[in-house]
Write a protein that binds this ligand. Structure first.
Ligand code: GLC
Length: 546
């Protein structure tokens, strides 16, 4: 079919509109060389697993050379692969092998900052105050008689001040860790560099990029103080209008290739109208739905979120995305098993370690999987969700690696608990994550209880999370038809979500405390738990043929 044949056809050609995209966190997916850290050889060996799972695309969290101060989000060279993960040739081979299995690939681009070991930053430090090399970053003299106070009151998103002082007396800005100096996007060299990095990966065949921290790249050049409780508008660094010009230029790069490339934004913004601006037809194609990701397991809240999502995306004709988890947030099974089932970064420290009924959390995570896979748009699946892994909350402090843990002095445990290496097989650690007889232990310890959650145990086991995901992904492909089919709510109790997609499929999710009667239907396609005749038990979802 050609794209000129009409809007509808071109829409169905835009793979990112309905894709199921699997996030690989390379450190923790699979270790091919036995050093206890995941790598590209490990991923390559598991591609058949991802193909059998039925995903349409893989998003690779950063795999570039990095000192790993923020697990790879401190990039020292955007055009190579960290030796701990492999080589550029292996990455090219992996992209090609994924394509041969009809799996598209997405790489992570981190524009807000680079590593403090990036050649640009090393040069800037060496060149000294007033140098052109420092213009690529935000270097300033400090305040106070000897410049001993930071240039302004901005705080790092990871805790502590957003400025670090060098021995020569100047300070540099880092919205995240000190090892992640912020780039100065007012400088044309920064813009040219990133457009070239995009071309570098598009020319290696990647089908899209995930844009890290997309809304914070532009800064108020006056670097004025502000009250974070009542930030001025425009905000000094969040969601400034200038960012749109940057992403319009990126879109032009993406559109310069005959095969469509997708731009996917990490856009955490509370205001839906501001969020939608990133999805204008000449900017990003999609952005993660963090409202859905943070939403409590509550029918009213979820319905409100789904409706708001669809209303936000419709005017810009962008596909919604449905995300339950990623490498930054508490795993779904743990979250849904707690009394407080919502997620927010601000409350992570407070909720950490609060009791979680994992059996209940798993039941809800299963239902949530069927819910998200039935909604119109694309779905992001974070590695290990398909195995029903829980958050590992008892990592000893000495082993925690996330800078958030250190920078908040332990008030926030950070994100290590969702980054524990995957269990593939066997009775004890490393659970097939590393090959037999490996020299290195997994870089974070795996719980012994994961012996019951390995991919091996779940493979072919009726009722396992893995088989639920496989069946759902298979059906989603068969049923998807026009992927953008409208969602219509069915009339139900307040605590039940029920909707149709197109003419013949309905999804019902029971979030009430007791069973609910199924609406009229011609058959059950898939259920997240056992049905009792025509009754759908609580915390269970079903796909019905109408
Ligand atoms: C994004 C990433 C997160 C990282 C941060 C700084 O939020 O998802 O993992 O720490 O950006 O790059």
């Amino acid at each position: 079919m050609n794209e000129e044949a009409g809007n509808r056809v071109s829409v169905t050609h835009e793979w990112w509109r309905t894709a199921v995209i699997y996030q690989v966190y390379p450190r923790s997916f699979a270790d091919g060389n036995g050093d206890g850290v995941g790598d590209l050889a490990g991923i390559a060996a598991r591609l058949p697993y991802l193909s059998a799972l039925g995903v349409d695309a893989i998003w690779f969290s950063p795999w570039y050379p990095s000192p790993m101060a923020d697990a790879g989000y401190d990039v020292a060279d955007h055009r190579d692969i960290d030796p701990a993960f492999g080589t550029l040739a292996e990455a090219e081979e992996l992209i090609a092998r994924a394509h041969a299995l009809e799996i598209r690939t997405i790489v992570d681009i981190v524009p807000n900052h680079c590593s403090d070991r990036h050649p640009w930053f090393l040069e800037a430090v060496a060149a000294g105050p007033g140098s052109a090399a420092r213009e690529l970053f935000w270097f300033r003299d400090g305040r106070g008689p000897d410049g001993e106070l930071p240039p302004n009151n901005w705080q790092s998103i990871f805790g502590g001040p957003a400025w670090t002082r060098l021995p020569d007396g100047q300070w540099y800005l880092h919205l995240f860790a000190p090892e992640q100096p912020d780039l100065n996007w007012r400088n044309p060299k920064v813009r040219e560099e990133f457009e070239d990095i995009l071309r570098f990966w598009f020319e290696r065949g990647v089908d899209g990029v995930r844009i890290d921290s997309a809304p914070v790249v532009a800064k108020d050049p006056t670097l004025a103080d502000f009250d974070p409780a009542a930030p001025p508008s425009p905000h000094p660094y969040e969601d400034r209008d200038e960012v749109h010009d940057i992403y319009r230029a990126w879109r032009a790069v993406a559109d310069s290739y005959p095969q469509r490339r997708a731009l996917i934004g990490e856009v955490w913004l509370p205001d839906p109208a501001r969020f939608a601006r990133y999805l204008s037809p000449d900017e990003l194609h999609t952005a993660f739905n963090f409202d859905f990701l943070g939403c409590a397991w509550d029918a009213v809240a979820l319905r409100r979120c789904i409706d708001a999502t669809l209303v936000t995306h419709a005017p810009v004709n962008a596909p919604a995305t449905w995300v339950l988890a990623n490498h930054d947030v508490t795993r779904t099974v743990t979250r849904y098993g707690r009394a407080d089932t919502a997620f927010s970064h601000a409350a992570r420290g407070m909720r950490h370690g609060s009791p979680s009924d994992l059996a209940l959390g798993t039941r809800r995570a299963r239902a949530a999987a069927l819910l998200s896979l039935a909604l119109p748009g694309s779905v992001y699946l974070y590695q290990g969700e398909e195995l029903g892994l829980e958050e590992v909350e008892d990592i000893p402090d000495g082993l925690r690696q996330d800078p958030i843990f250190r920078r908040t002095k332990g008030a926030d445990p950070g994100r290590d608990g969702c980054r524990v290496p995957l269990p593939w097989s066997g009775q004890g650690p490393p659970f097939g994550f590393s090959p037999d007889g490996a020299a290195g232990e997994p870089w974070l310890p795996q719980p012994a209880a994961w012996r019951d959650l390995t991919a091996e145990v779940q493979d072919g086991a009726p009722g396992s999370m893995l088989e639920l995901y496989r069946a759902a992904l298979r059906l989603r492909r068969q049923l998807s038809g026009p992927g953008d089919a409208e969602l219509r709510w069915l009339d139900t109790d307040r605590d039940v979500l029920a909707f149709t997609r197109g003419d013949d499929v309905a999804c019902v999710v029971n979030l009430s405390g007791g069973p609910t009667r199924l609406p009229e239907h011609r058959g059950v396609l898939l259920a997240s738990g056992r049905l009792e005749g025509d009754l759908l038990p609580s915390d269970t979802a079903v796909w019905l043929r109408r």
